[in-house]
Write a protein that binds this ligand. Structure first.
Ligand SMILES: *[C@@H]1O[C@H](CO)[C@@H](O)[C@H](O)[C@H]1NC(C)=O
Ligand SMILES: *[C@@H]1O[C@H](CO)[C@@H](O)[C@H](O)[C@H]1NC(C)=O
Ligand SMILES: *[C@@H]1O[C@H](CO)[C@@H](O)[C@H](O)[C@H]1NC(C)=O
Length: 408
């Protein structure tokens, strides 16, 4: 375990933080670094003050976390950002009051009252989100992610999906290296990772304008696919009830009764399949299928879900039994975006219904966004936040609409 030793090692309270390691454990794993920053910020002769002078002004960070809730919901509804921010706010608050503040009060000689503030803690969390680096885990390492590090100077560089430099980690140094020739006068771009626009705005407060973010993604909540399948089940039965060609002599009320039961049965069967997928850890109530520009990033999960929810009842019984015996599927379901038209009709229908439900979660439609984007004057009049949010929504909707085209 190399990570804990490295954590906040170069600050003046590293010994204390190391001794108190167990008490400072938290969900995020960021508390020791944040405490180190809080201490150094108030220490009169901190060797880190020239570094802090390079930071952006803490009160002017653009993360949606600092937007008024009303604005966040209005601009980012459907993108997944409001939910992510709500979670952050709850975690930050609870970490602050349960761990950070008690620790600062217990060591009041190291933390002056000026840094004992939830507001400052919020800002530092956002700064660490945007400016820290995290050493990647070794392949197959099933450990906790490494703690974040502040890397002065390396964190000056901006990000783009088509970057020309990146940070290399080795045992004794970190090196920012060019990954392609960079002409004189051209900006050096790092990569903060393969980030979708919603992640960029959430963690850094900006988005890449369409179509530059080749790593953009759109999420389809897993429960949305279940709900689309359930809707399909009721749509199917309501189709039957509206069918007026009853065979002569059939009592319509009993037919309704029969169909109602069939609808219920079908729904129960779907729930059974959903539970099965949950048990197999293919899906979860909180999870999402992630659709990239060229491929489905969660292809095994999505392909298995479509297959299991669409297969005939007989086949499902068989499938479940074989899974019970631990017989793994070996079928290779490739879900490159361009292969989607080749999927079975029933899968495409379910995917399409799920996309349609997902599109309903946004406050505006694609056309509205397109009109704003194509009118340079109107676009220029938008605030920075409105522009960034528009790029996030537009990128996601373009991916979802492409799926609609490919499944029709
Ligand atoms: C990063 O982008 C901002 C805004 O475009 C720009 O002002 C700044 O100079 C860029 N930073 C570097 C290191 O190029
Ligand atoms: C988008 O990418 C193109 C091609 O790399 C580049 O010329 C353009 O400046 C980028 N746009 C923005 C706003 O970053
Ligand atoms: C992310 O973008 C880079 C640069 O365009 C590309 O090489 C890479 O394949 C993309 N990855 C994903 C998962 O889209």
């Amino acid at each position: 375990m190399a990570a804990p030793a490295k954590r906040a090692r170069t600050c003046s309270i590293s010994g204390l933080l190391e001794r108190e390691r167990d008490a400072l454990q938290s969900l995020s794993g960021w508390v020791p670094l944040l405490l180190a920053l809080l201490h150094e910020l108030q220490a009169p002769a901190s060797p880190w003050s020239p570094y802090f002078a390079l930071w952006p002004e803490l009160g002017r960070l653009e993360h949606p976390m600092f937007w008024p809730e009303e604005e966040r919901l209005r601009l980012l509804k459907g993108t997944g950002v409001p939910e992510a921010v709500e979670k952050d706010l709850v975690n930050i608050r609870s970490e602050y009051y349960s761990i950070v503040l008690p620790f600062m009060e217990a060591h009041s000689d190291l933390f002056s009252p000026t840094v004992r503030s939830l507001e400052l803690y919020h800002q530092l969390v956002a700064l660490v989100m945007a400016y820290s680096f995290q050493e990647p885990l070794e392949e197959d390492e099933e450990e906790e992610p490494n703690s974040p590090l502040m890397v002065p100077a390396a964190d000056i560089l901006n990000h783009t999906a088509s970057h020309n430099a990146n940070l290399e980690y080795s045992a004794d140094s970190l090196r920012m290296v060019a990954t392609q020739p960079i002409r004189e006068g051209h900006e050096i771009f790092n990569t903060y990772g393969q980030m979708a626009n919603w992640q960029l705005i959430h963690m850094y407060g900006f988005a890449e304008p369409y179509p530059n973010n080749t790593n953009d993604t759109a999420d389809i909540q897993m429960v949305t696919v279940r709900d689309a399948a359930l809707q399909g089940a009721s749509a199917h039965s309501s189709l039957c009830t509206s069918d007026s060609s009853h065979p002569a002599g059939v009592d319509v009320s009993s037919l309704h009764h029969f169909i109602g039961t069939k609808d219920q049965t079908e729904k129960l069967l779907l729930h059974e399949r959903w539970d099965f997928l949950c048990e197999r850890e293919m899906v979860g109530e909180e999870g999402a299928f992630v659709i990239g520009c060229e491929e489905v990033l969660t292809e095994e999960e999505l392909a298995t879900t479509l297959k299991v929810l669409c297969m005939p009842a007989e086949e499902f019984r068989d499938y479940k039994e074989r899974a019970g015996w631990g017989e793994e599927e070996t079928e290779d379901e490739s879900l490159a975006i361009t292969n989607i038209p080749k999927l079975r009709e029933s899968w495409k229908q379910l995917l399409r219904d799920s996309v349609l439900l997902t599109l309903q979660t946004y406050a505006t439609d694609l056309k509205t966004e397109q009109d704003l984007l194509s009118n340079k004057e109107d676009y220029a009049k938008l605030s920075w936040r409105e522009q960034q949010a528009l790029q996030v929504r537009y990128g996601q909707k373009m991916i979802l609409h492409r799926l609609l085209e490919l499944t029709s």
